[in-house]
Design a protein around this ligand. Structure first.
Ligand code: SF4
Length: 235
């Protein structure tokens, strides 16, 4: 599928409209709340084009979306009566007005997890609420996007946050290890190693972790790709 950069926003903070491609309930397939129910809010558009992207359909110019303001989003999310909300994309933090939306969601009592791709500055969002956490990717060589990473973001991550390294091969494992040692202090935040589905052998990840005595890292498989067809949307 053709992958384009589509990042739109309208008006000022009081008059924001968000391009919502999906709102649905499922289990968190990954992250530190994996296995727990969550409402997923997927916004359209991404500034990167990772080689292994599994949501390119949500990023193309002609992806279908609903234009909703923050009150409508909070109202719809509340209908599910679930405490976790995962805000994802694409890259959700590129949207103007995200501070407002995230503030409204946390004020409504939700635990909000933002899935962000590592290229967008987190500083502006870091202090919004103790109920807001980041799951930040660090894109490795296998993605083709490592040069877009903003390494200043590491300094804004705390214990409630997570860095996720999506690894395609052993070189990515080496690099993930090196980056984590260089930019993160022990115990600063959670560390996930997530294999690109169907690429690197899972045993290789375990062997690497053993060899390097990498006790801070946690290997994680994307549950939703095991439970459902890996291409299925809305799960
Ligand atoms: S950052 Fe995420 S949504 Fe954007 S291209 Fe990469 S994998 Fe796809």
């Amino acid at each position: 599928m053709k992958h384009r950069i589509t990042v739109h926003h309208t008006g000022n903070e009081q008059d924001m409209k968000y391009e919502v491609v999906e709102i649905f309930q499922s289990i968190n397939g990954e992250g530190m709340k994996a296995g727990e129910l969550a409402v997923f809010l997927r916004l359209k558009g991404c500034n990167l084009a990772c080689r292994y992207c599994d949501t390119a359909w949500a990023n193309v110019e002609d992806a279908e979306f609903r234009e909703m303001d923050e009150e409508e989003i909070v109202h719809e999310v509340k209908r599910y009566k679930v405490k976790n909300v995962t805000v994802t994309g694409g890259e959700p933090l590129l949207r103007k007005g995200m501070r407002l939306l995230l503030t409204k969601l946390t004020e409504a009592g939700f635990f909000v997890e933002i899935e962000t791709n590592g290229s967008v500055a987190l500083q502006e969002f870091a202090g919004i609420s103790p109920n807001l956490s980041f799951t930040m990717d660090y894109k490795l060589g296998g993605s083709g996007m490592e040069d877009k990473m903003d390494i200043r973001n590491f300094s804004f991550l705390t214990k409630k946050d997570t860095v996720k390294f999506v690894v395609s091969d052993n070189r990515d494992m080496e690099r993930a290890y090196d980056v984590s040692k260089r930019f993160l202090s022990d115990g600063q935040c959670n560390l996930l190693i997530s294999p690109v589905f169907g690429e690197i052998k899972l045993e290789e990840i375990v062997e690497f972790m053993k060899e390097h005595h990498w006790t801070q890292a946690r290997m994680q498989l994307q549950m939703h790709k095991i439970i459902w067809d890996p291409e299925k949307q809305g799960v």
